[in-house]
Design a protein around this ligand. Sequence first.
Ligand SMILES: [Zn+2]
Ligand SMILES: [Zn+2]
Length: 265
Amino acid sequence: MNRSGKFGITVLGSGSGGNASVIHGPEGRLLLDVGFSAKEMESRLEKAGIEPDSIRAILITHGHTDHTKGCRTFADRHGLCAYFTAATRQEGERVRFLPERQAVIEPGSAFTLCGMHIEPFTLPHDAVDTVGFTFQVSGKKLGVATDLGHLNLLARQKLKGCALLVLESNHDPLLLQASSRPIQLKRRILGRHGHLSNRDALDALEELLTLESEELILAHLSRECNNRELLEELAKEALANLDRSDILLEIASQEHPLATRWLVE
Ligand SMILES: [Zn+2]
Ligand SMILES: [Zn+2]
């Protein structure tokens, strides 16, 4: 059982090989995306010290496998309801990630779950009806946007002023161009509905970070077309240029869960 009043996030893993996080709310925990097999999910939760049966529900951002791989098995095994948009549910029927218990959410329509005010919002990405989420507790906002081709006005409005922001920093355009990926895939990733580059993410910080901002987690790094050390250096430089070296910076890993970050303890 979650201790009352708490609010935070454990990134269990992030990248094109799978994405999943635990959002800890005052009245329980949620899974945000289930992009690893159920077995792998259980092993990562154990590493993070989280009981799978303490999770109350699942939120799915979109239908790509790196966000839905273990959704059906994990949800059914633990009796959880998965929430997704109607279009993502249709996609789930086609590619078979739908668990027994389902609920439909709508971009722009806020709801309350586990004591958190949750708002899904549309992101420009090449899957049907992709959403990002903000979670709010006691005036603190946590925002997650990991699959987006560009930061449009809506995304910037929603993500501005998060106490903790999880933002995609997918690739370095030069490493992507130099990679052995097929030209169509390169175009897809670089496009307005693909993935956010390091530069796109870091350039947006000037607008997104406010006095409320405390922590930044850069996520969904491409294994082949990004470089952790390079990104860390660029991100530190960007924060220093904004005179925001007070911001706690972390870079999500594909392999290991990050330590839980608490906004309210
Ligand atoms: Zn995606
Ligand atoms: Zn993804």
